[in-house]
Design a protein around this ligand. Structure first.
Ligand code: GTP
Ligand code: MG
Length: 295
């Protein structure tokens, strides 16, 4: 990886992105954590390692937690299964969901009720009525926090979008399940000093493509396809997966443009590769392969 990165001119100094609202959100979460009964920690099934907030345990302390892996419809099912087992082995309750359907989110309601049954029973024993369960929904940008909240609310109560930074402030939102949800802006760690991780975040639009460089991101995506998913190159893009990544990008860029300028073709190819992955047109891809976790 470091060789590729040097070739592409990817320097650590560029990967220093920490908008002010993230630090603020983190502080606000820490200030209200005592109110919270359950935490939904949201990660993207395509990057189950890179999308996990590094200091999450410090933020959410020992609150009951459900690790929710979204975008199961977009990830590689074989590798995803390994990641689910990896987290389950760490005794973290994991739910794998596709938030584009109307079924999967119900598993979240059921597990929340299970995790809070003791708390509710204690109240009933004391003659109190069941309390509304306060849930913190936390994760990096663009993993589907607000989409999940809209599903649980049964209607659009918060904005969603396929780019980072849609949610700008903390909001409390009601659901019909006696669950009150706290939507939060995506947070990241101050320095993205792991290049592979930064490329994974950029390839799934958890950070803006401008934070790195679209050609570097596309080059990286091509290397992933070459190593793990060569059929995507062969069948979807009709290119020879054994060519070097730059030639592959230029070849893809040629489709739909009359230019002969290789720089323009490279840029067009890079944009196509990036947009096709980010938009979900390309499915069945996991960027954090199982070898990274030695699972
Ligand atoms: N295919 C697919 N798309 C999903 C899924 N969950 C969310 N999305 C899409 O992912 C994008 C991001 O969703 P949001 O709910 O805005 O993400 P967020 O975590 O709230 O993002 P920020 O507010 O920017 O932190 C949207 O385009 C959603 O439609 C899923 O399970 N499958
Ligand atoms: Mg949001």
């Amino acid at each position: 990886m470091s060789n590729n990165s040097e070739k592409q001119g990817l320097h650590k100094s560029v990967i220093n992105w920490y908008p002010g609202h993230m630090a603020k959100t983190k502080r606000q979460i820490q200030d209200s954590i005592n109110l919270i009964d359950v935490v939904y920690e949201i990660i993207d099934a395509r990057i189950p390692l890179s999308s996990k907030i590094k200091d999450i345990d410090n933020i959410i302390k020992n609150k009951p937690r459900i690790l929710i892996m979204t975008k199961k419809d977009l990830s590689d099912p074989v590798i995803t299964d390994k990641w689910v087992k990896y987290y389950e082995k760490k005794n973290i309750p994991v739910l794998l969901v596709d938030l584009t359907n109307n079924i999967d989110y119900k598993k979240i309601v059921d597990l929340t009720a299970k995790l809070t049954v003791n708390l509710q029973n204690k109240r009933i024993e004391k003659g109190l009525k069941e309390k509304e369960i306060k849930v913190l929904v936390v994760g990096i940008p663009n993993v589907g926090k607000s989409t999940l909240i809209n599903k649980l609310a049964g209607k659009k109560v918060t904005s969603v979008g396929n780019k980072p930074g849609i949610t700008k402030q903390i909001n409390w939102l009601k659901t019909p399940y006696n669950i009150l949800l706290m939507d939060t802006p995506g947070i990241l760690w101050p320095k993205l000093d792991n290049e592979l991780e930064a490329l994974n975040l950029a390839s799934t639009a958890a950070i803006k493509s401008e934070v790195l460089n679209i050609e570097d991101i596309a080059y990286y995506i091509i290397t992933i396809y070459q190593k793990y998913y060569p059929l995507i190159l062969k069948d979807i893009y009709q290119v020879d997966s054994n060519l070097d990544p730059i030639t592959i990008l230029v070849t893809i860029g040629k489709k739909g443009t009359s230019s002969n300028n290789n720089d323009i073709l490279l840029e067009k190819g890079a944009e196509k590769i990036y947009n096709d992955l980010v938009s979900g047109k390309i499915k069945g891809v996991t960027l954090d392969q199982d070898e990274y976790a030695k699972i």
